[in-house]
Design a protein around this ligand. Structure first.
Ligand code: GLP
Length: 257
């Protein structure tokens, strides 16, 4: 299902509301969380919502999608730091229930296997939140990653390093490798919410709309998932076939993703 809104704020509210609803309905929910500029206004809304109608967050479990290899938690561009700043430091979660891939692990392969196993041991993901890279990556699953992959280390593409360079003082500081949840892990989530905003995502969202499931476009794996919502603002949706002026909250593809 596609949901298209006029503004980033509406996208953020809709997405935050879905997360909030799950958290309130199921205090022991297991959430797959994402980072990136797209998520910043959404987490701000979620924090506001949870502060005005707080539920019991102590039993909530979270697993983040990805992390750079080689950045300490104290590095402002590590995803652990991002999550602390935008969400975790503002909520009363149980620290043992908050998980991110460990980009400093000595045994990377062992840490990756343990990460996918921990998700399964927690009962699987109730919802996986996703952004999308301009090359169609989800998490850090770059084009041509096998859909059957579980958590693994990956070399970042030049396009991804260039895109993410905007967050670093010097674009050369962007790590060359990262850990990411695999596409198979993502597909096993009971619900997936992919969020895309801004004109920089318009090209890839039109490609995704047209594409069948194809490993050249990692996000297209979601075509094989039965419960996906793709949430966009009108700029990200501008090149979708049904025109550049979609009705807010509309669904241009009533037949599904
Ligand atoms: C990063 C992250 C992804 C994220 C994507 C989009 O590379 N690994 O998980 O979805 O970029 O980020 P942004 O929201 O900043 O465009």
């Amino acid at each position: 299902m596609y949901k298209i809104f006029d503004t980033v704020d509406e996208v953020s509210r809709y997405t935050a509301q879905r997360l909030r609803d799950i958290i309130l309905a199921k205090p022991e929910a297991v959430l797959g969380l994402a980072t990136g500029g797209t998520m910043e206004p959404m987490y701000a809304r979620l924090v506001e919502m949870l502060q005005t109608s707080p539920g019991d967050l102590s039993r909530l479990t979270t697993f983040n999608l990805d992390e750079y290899i080689g950045l300490a938690a104290s590095h402002p561009q590590s995803y652990r730091y991002f999550m602390g700043r935008h969400l975790f430091d503002k909520l009363s979660l149980t620290p043992e229930r908050v998980h991110l891939p460990d980009g400093l692990a000595e045994d990377i392969d062992g840490a990756c296997r343990a990460y996918s196993a921990a998700i399964q041991a927690a009962g699987g993901l109730d919802l996986q939140l996703l952004g999308i890279g301009s090359n169609g990556h989800i998490g850090f699953n770059e084009p041509h990653t096998r859909f059957s992959c579980r958590t693994h280390a990956i070399a970042l593409s030049e396009q991804t390093r260039r895109d993410n360079g905007r967050f670093f003082n010097d674009p050369d500081e962007v790590p060359t490798h990262a850990l990411t949840l695999g596409i198979q892990d993502i597909l096993e989530a009971r619900e997936v919410l992919l969020v895309a905003t801004g004109p920089g995502k318009a090209g890839i969202m039109a490609e995704l709309y047209r594409s069948d499931a194809d490993e050249a476009l990692p996000a297209s794996a979601l075509k094989r998932h039965p419960n996906v919502t793709i949430v966009m603002d009108s700029e990200a949706a501008a090149l979708l076939p049904l025109g550049s002026d979609p009705t807010p909250g509309s669904d241009p593809a009533p037949h599904g993703v």
